[in-house]
Design a binder for this molecule. Structure first.
Ligand code: GTP
Ligand code: MN
Ligand code: MN
Ligand code: MN
Ligand code: MN
Ligand code: MN
Length: 216
């Protein structure tokens, strides 16, 4: 029992070091600002160049500041649930109401300040969600996000699909990961690709090696 306790303590400490907390713990912080973002993805039968299976579509967005990120934004837990707030943000940014629920929640963490170290003194908590939808909905979102969405051309410059393959010349995911991302969006993307089995650990490692080469 003692070792169990110790293990739990270590896990909590580890979690705090990386800024992680549970959804409920996060909501106890009433003086914190909260933001929710979601990775939307679907299966697809389409092929690149008519021969390479794409398998999955993963959506991100080009933000007004030129950084890549996930759709979503600030929510107000005193007036709405996290998920209601996220759904509202999605309607603004995508032009489509995509209902996100508690079951789609993946993690909550303190926003890392610019220095990169986490601490409870950063008063922004980021909540991350993942939701699988139909390919048809992805196309609907892309259409609306580029036309009727309130934030089109303003906070959101456009939706982008994440390439999940790496080409012979080192393009694809490798190249994509060398772009600039907002906050922890890049690691949220990589962790999700692994957890959802959209990319194998070996393929991600290869892509990362490539993206380091691009940086050098
Ligand atoms: P509104 O102005 O209320 O519409 O919110 P917004 O959509 O402008 O908020 P935004 O999407 O920029 O998210 C709020 C904050 O969360 C940002 O300032 C970033 O610090 C952070 N953030 C933005 N996108 C992401 C993301 O994809 N992942 C993570 N972890 N954080 C993000
Ligand atoms: Mn072409
Ligand atoms: Mn927004
Ligand atoms: Mn936003
Ligand atoms: Mn908004
Ligand atoms: Mn804003």
């Amino acid at each position: 029992l003692l070792t169990q306790h110790r293990k739990k303590g270590e896990q909590i400490k580890k979690g705090m070091a990386s800024g992680q907390m549970s959804r409920d713990e996060a909501l106890e912080c009433t003086h914190c600002r909260h933001a929710c973002h979601v990775l939307l993805y679907s299966e697809t039968a389409s092929h690149l160049f008519g021969r390479i299976p794409i398998r999955y579509i993963v959506l991100m967005q080009m933000r007004f500041d030129g950084l890549l990120g996930f759709p979503g934004g600030f929510v107000n837990p005193s007036e709405e649930t996290l998920e209601e707030g996220l759904t509202r943000e999605l309607l603004e940014e995508l032009g489509v109401a995509v209902p996100v629920s508690k079951e789609d929640h993946v993690e909550s963490c303190f926003s890392p300040p610019r220095s990169g170290t986490y601490s409870s003194s950063s008063h922004l908590i980021l909540h991350f969600y993942v939701k699988k939808i139909e390919e048809e909905q992805i196309r609907e979102i892309e259409k609306a996000a580029a036309s009727t969405a309130a934030d089109h051309g303003l906070e959101v410059l456009g939706m982008v699909r994440v390439p999940l393959y790496t080409t012979k010349s080192g393009g694809g995911l490798s190249c994509f990961l060398s772009h600039s991302f907002i906050g922890v969006a890049r690691s949220q993307l990589m962790n999700s690709l692994l957890r959802l089995h959209l990319v194998s650990p070996g393929d991600l490692q290869e892509a990362l090696r490539g993206s380091q080469r691009t940086h050098a």
